[in-house]
Write a protein that binds this ligand. Structure first.
Ligand code: PMP
Ligand code: GLU
Length: 413
């Protein structure tokens, strides 16, 4: 696949597995095939009406020129206010906030702003497919912390302490987690924060936390989400990443943000401005008022979507347990189940596929049952024994999908 006319960077980079499977499912559907897609992490809901209306009005009002690179003062203020009042992150002003093209872009720019070649990024795995490639593009080195389904895919404070070295620059936390569907309790996060504070005062003075809280609102069973940026001992070295894609059903709008308080926050956001000004400029100007409407006026819409996700989480938890040889921790947040299907390795599917990996299991599921899931290899760690099922779809599809999965499993020989 590698082409000598391309850069080494381009030749070595993997495409996003989540987007690749979603694209394949879309193409099969367009070709008339009855594919059930559990691939992309994308809410099936349409964006709430007040947000759509705000963007339409902005277009009609002529907001069609360049916006400031990191967002209008009003949109940046709305993000700062939200993070202060909802997340307890103190001392944020609009100058501590950068708005970019989705959480993905903000993460990319953050790694560019923080990493020099050889710098270490601590990544508990399995983790979302884009963190490691983004670190790689920035020249950083990923240091994995292995987690497993039995512990809800959570790392322990001791594991974290053991992973930190003088070269540690960034710790990535993603709670609730994509792909794991589990989350840390506030006490567990406080214990991890205590390790960061302790090690930053000794071994790793340049350690920064990037906490990706994009699923913060999609949590179940009365669980509580705690923002790492609200913990005093590490607040000034904690960068919060979030966006509107998941909670507000706005994946196609491409709105994300990064924020960090204090003196370091100001210089970090200035660095984000320099990088983004040479890369994309600001996001579309007519989206800026819609950001304010989403953050200030749409909590009722979000609550309704979250209740629907909770019903779906309970349904998939119950139905998937009926399928033999599929192990997973119950969903706690986000809209993913990360299920260990390795009990089926060594078997053969009706179309002759030898199931030797998560990838071949996912292929057999697509070829034999027309059900698209993301194979776990690219999430790292024990992901090579797992498939990710995104259940951001209606209950009929969840029932039909689990029926198909059960049919595949019963047809294996
Ligand atoms: N972080 C995580 C953990 C995600 O799952 C996603 C998913 N798409 C993103 C960040 C980025 O989302 P977006 O760019 O749409 O804001
Ligand atoms: N984050 C979503 C997912 O994991 C959307 C695709 C992507 O950006 O990776 O499926």
């Amino acid at each position: 696949m590698s082409d000598p006319l391309l850069s080494r960077r381009a030749n070595e980079l993997k495409p996003s597995a989540t987007l690749a499977v979603a694209q394949k499912a879309r193409q099969m559907r367009a070709a008339g095939e009855d594919v059930l897609a559990f691939a992309a992490g994308e809410p099936d809901f349409i964006t709430p009406e007040p947000i759509r209306e705000a963007a339409k009005k902005a277009l009609d009002d002529g907001l069609t020129h360049y916006a400031p690179t990191l967002g209008t003062p009003g949109a940046r203020q709305a993000v700062a206010d939200k993070l202060g009042s909802e997340n307890g992150i103190a001392g944020l002003t609009p100058q501590h906030v950068a708005i970019g093209v989705g959480g993905k872009h903000c993460l990319f720019n953050a790694f560019q702003a923080l990493l020099d070649p050889g710098d270490e990024v601590i990544l508990p795995v399995p983790s979302w497919v884009s963190y490691a490639p983004q670190v790689q593009i920035a020249g950083g080195k990923v240091v994995e912390i292995q987690t497993s389904g039995e512990s809800g895919f959570r790392m322990t404070p001791d594991q974290l302490r053991a992973a930190i070295t003088p070269k540690s620059r960034v710790l990535v936390i993603n709670s609730p987690s994509n792909p794991c569907g589990t989350m840390y309790s506030p006490d567990e996060l406080r214990a991890l924060a205590a390790v960061v504070a302790e090690m930053a005062a000794s071994t790793a003075p340049r350690l920064v936390v990037i906490t990706d809280e994009i699923y913060e609102k999609i949590i179940f069973g009365g669980r509580e989400h705690l923002s790492m940026g609200s913990i005093d001992s590490i607040a000034d070295r904690t960068i919060t990443i979030n966006g509107l894609s998941k909670a507000y059903a706005m994946t196609g709008w491409r709105v994300g943000y990064a924020a960090c308080p204090g003196e370091f926050g100001l210089s970090f956001i200035k660095a984000m401005d320099r990088i983004q000004s040479q890369m994309t400029s600001g996001i579309p100007t007519f989206i800026m008022p819609a950001i304010e409407v989403a953050l200030k006026e749409c909590s009722g819409h979000v609550a309704k979507m979250v209740s629907a996700f909770e019903v779906r989480a309970q349904l998939i938890d119950r139905r998937l347990r009926e399928v033999p040889g599929v192990e997973f921790p119950s969903p706690e947040g986000a809209f993913y189940v990360f299920a260990d299907i390795s009990a089926h390795f060594g078997k053969t599917a009706p179309d002759g596929t030898n199931i030797s990996s998560a990838m071949t299991f996912a292929e057999a599921l697509l070829n034999n049952q027309k059900m698209a899931v993301v194979p776990g290899e690219d999430f790292g760690g024990c992901g090579d024994r797992c498939i990710r099922i995104s259940y951001a779809c209606d209950e009929d599809q969840i029932n039909a999908g689990i029926d198909r999965l059960a049919s595949l499993v019963s047809s294996l020989s």
